[in-house]
Design a protein around this ligand. Structure first.
Ligand code: SAM
Length: 275
């Protein structure tokens, strides 16, 4: 399967005194394993990481390195369309940064996705997760009992990083349909009123302004059933005062498209229903 080594963890393992027994996570915090420091590396579960591998991982500052069972390893970062995409360890689970911009509220990306999904997803719902990212909001929608989650992520670099992230739900997870097209194209193909809930967690406006536009909101309105619920993450971009103007304008466009929405301070997003 392989192990995940944030450079800081590799450095810690290199400095363990010989003979130390300790418990560490080699899968970014999902599970713990007993690790022992030996002469030329660390052993765990009848397996070994050599000092050579640890030193190589330690050299990639602030990156997570995936070390495969064949000894090959890969820093979890990719450049796509001139932008650096990388997995960054934060709180319980990694987040994704694109050109330095974090895709979750960074103190706890996993809890952030949970709070967003639970604003609108109820047992048995068919859910549209417009911006799949690492799949965290989709995973939480399934956890909340959704009957089906349709999720899409058009960016190939994000899809590769997701594949190597032990926190991301794998392709083919029960109840989860992952697509690879832009959300605006996916909704064109969806029937009227097919979803009970929508989780809209777009990149910030400067990266994908059309996902905040009236014509996209009209499409979301069409594919949601009457009375269906919508969550729209906005954050408070720019300064707090400018951020509230941005949120106000976003809410106004959603109202004109036919949603009633209110501000949710705990997730810094808008929660509403199709009128
Ligand atoms: C804030 S992140 C979503 C995080 C996700 N909810 C999660 O829990 O991991 C926004 C994602 O939208 C993706 N994105 C960008 N343009 C898009 C588009 N046109 N349609 C759908 N997703 C898009 C970005 O690549 C990025 O992965």
């Amino acid at each position: 399967m392989g192990v995940w080594l944030p450079s800081s963890l590799a450095r810690t393992m290199l400095t363990l005194p010989l003979g130390t027994h300790t418990s560490l996570s080699l899968d970014l915090g999902r599970t713990m394993v007993a690790v022992q420091r030996v002469d030329d590396g660390v052993t765990f579960d009848k397996d070994q990481l050599t000092d050579e591998t640890l030193k190589a991982a330690a050299r990639f500052r602030d990156l997570i390195v995936f070390a495969g069972p064949d000894g090959a390893f890969m820093p979890l970062q990719m450049v796509h369309e001139g932008r650096l995409h990388k997995l960054v360890f934060a709180g319980r689970a990694p987040t994704l940064t694109i050109a330095g911009i974090q895709m979750h509220r960074v103190e706890d990306p996993w809890g952030d996705a949970q709070a967003k999904a639970l604003c609108v997803v109820r047992r048995g719902d068919w859910v549209l997760d417009t911006c799949g990212g690492l799949g965290y909001t989709a995973a939480w929608a399934i956890e909340a009992g959704a009957g089906m989650v349709v999720s899409t992520e058009p960016n190939p670099a994000v899809r590769v990083l997701r594949r190597y992230n032990p926190w991301s739900p794998p392709q083919g997870s029960h109840g989860l349909l992952f697509h690879a097209v832009p959300a605006e194209r996916l909704v064109e193909r969806c029937a009227d009123g097919v979803f009970d809930a929508i989780v809209h967690d777009p990149p910030r406006f400067s990266l994908a302004g059309w996902l905040y536009g009236r014509s996209f909101y009209d499409s979301l309105h069409r594919v949601l059933r009457p009375g269906g619920r919508i969550y729209h993450y906005t954050g408070l971009p720019y300064s707090k005062r400018k951020g509230m103007v941005f949120v106000h304008n976003t809410a106004e466009r959603l109202r004109r498209a036919g949603f009633s929405v209110v501000w949710d301070d705990s997730t810094t997003g808008l929660v509403g229903r199709k009128r």
